[in-house]
Design a protein around this ligand. Structure first.
Ligand SMILES: O=C(O)CCC(=O)C(=O)O
Length: 311
């Protein structure tokens, strides 16, 4: 009797989570139009789920401009380094602090990205850092479950008034290791981050328990789609065993009012000059890396390499 009650409770919980996941597949999803704004219902979705997806935030011309710049031998790819995931996969990435004036900087500072993030986070933001994540076909590595604030807390950021936008450069699917998120997990607050395999990640037992309460959503995106997410949203991604690469451009923002109290490898408050969306297609300096602080591929020490002049 006792067992069947437990079994019933378990199956109805599973059903609840399945229904919630299905609901979350349609909730928090918007399509960009020129009059897109953070309306009360967009804000409510972000506050409830910890993320919003904006489909077609960038059109195909903008995605091509970005991809061409990122793939160019003259561009940021020169600062790529690899990181083993400890399970046989490798994440290649480029990481930098100041936005600069290349296409990544213009996109990070444009209204539809930075302005949207400002509204979602409730005040002025600055460019905390950005990265290109390259999950290559067949070899692309995994990220364990984590909250970005799990790490950023250690950097002296007092409030979790931070968020990231992840912009798909390639189609992101379950097959090529798209991001997985747990909607609503940002409301739990910061979870302890410990060594999980070879990576620092959220306490595994706690994440297992959380998954009994909250559903899981695979964030499948088309090129140009964007995910805006809160820094306490639990997320991870699996290895890419497919023959399709999955590259993504991520920009992390911090509220200006939340200037980190310690000097560290990411940026403290620097006012960010926002630009209109039209600046993207007008950008003539797509691979000019002047002013960007890159993580040194050799040491992964971010302040070591600063581009002073255009190459
Ligand atoms: O895009 C991914 O696969 C994961 C990226 C991520 O979790 C991060 O950079 O914090």
């Amino acid at each position: 009797m006792q067992t069947s009650k437990v079994a019933l409770a378990k199956s109805s919980n599973k059903e609840y989570l399945t229904n919630q996941a299905a609901k979350n597949m349609t909730e928090s999803i918007y399509t960009f139009t020129e009059d897109f704004d953070v309306t009360p219902s967009v804000q409510a979705d972000f506050d409830k789920n910890g993320y919003i997806i904006v489909r077609s935030l960038f059109d195909s011309e903008e995605v091509t401009l970005l991809k061409d710049a990122l793939e160019s031998d003259e561009g940021i790819i020169r600062y790529a380094f690899g990181r083993d995931d400890g399970e046989g996969g490798k994440i290649r990435m480029v990481l930098w602090n100041q936005p600069g004036n290349d296409i990544t900087g213009v996109m990070a500072r444009c209204e539809k990205v930075a302005g949207t993030m400002e509204k979602l986070l409730g005040g002025e933001v600055y460019h905390y850092h950005a990265k290109l994540i390259m999950k290559d076909a067949r070899t692309g590595g995994a990220f364990v479950w984590h909250q970005d604030y799990g790490y950023w807390y250690e950097n002296g950021c007092i409030f979790p008034d931070m968020g990231t936008v992840s912009i798909a450069l390639d189609k992101a699917t379950q097959e090529n290791g798209c991001l997985k998120v747990i909607p609503g997990s940002h409301r739990i607050g910061r979870i302890d981050h410990v060594l999980v395999g070879h990576q620092m990640g959220a306490d595994v037992e706690r994440v297992t328990e959380i998954q009994k309460f909250l559903p899981l959503v695979h964030v499948e995106l088309e090129p140009g789609d964007a995910l805006f997410f809160h820094c306490n949203l639990l997320h991870c991604s699996e290895q890419n065993h497919s023959d399709k690469r999955r590259w993504a451009f991520l920009v992390a923002y911090n509220r200006a009012s939340n200037n980190p109290v310690i000097e560290h490898h990411h940026s403290r408050y620097v006012p960010m000059a926002k630009v209109p969306n039209s600046a993207i297609k007008m950008c003539t300096t797509t691979t000019d890396l002047t002013g960007k602080d890159f993580s040194d591929p050799a040491t992964e020490d971010i302040k070591k390499v600063t581009e002073k002049t255009q190459r």
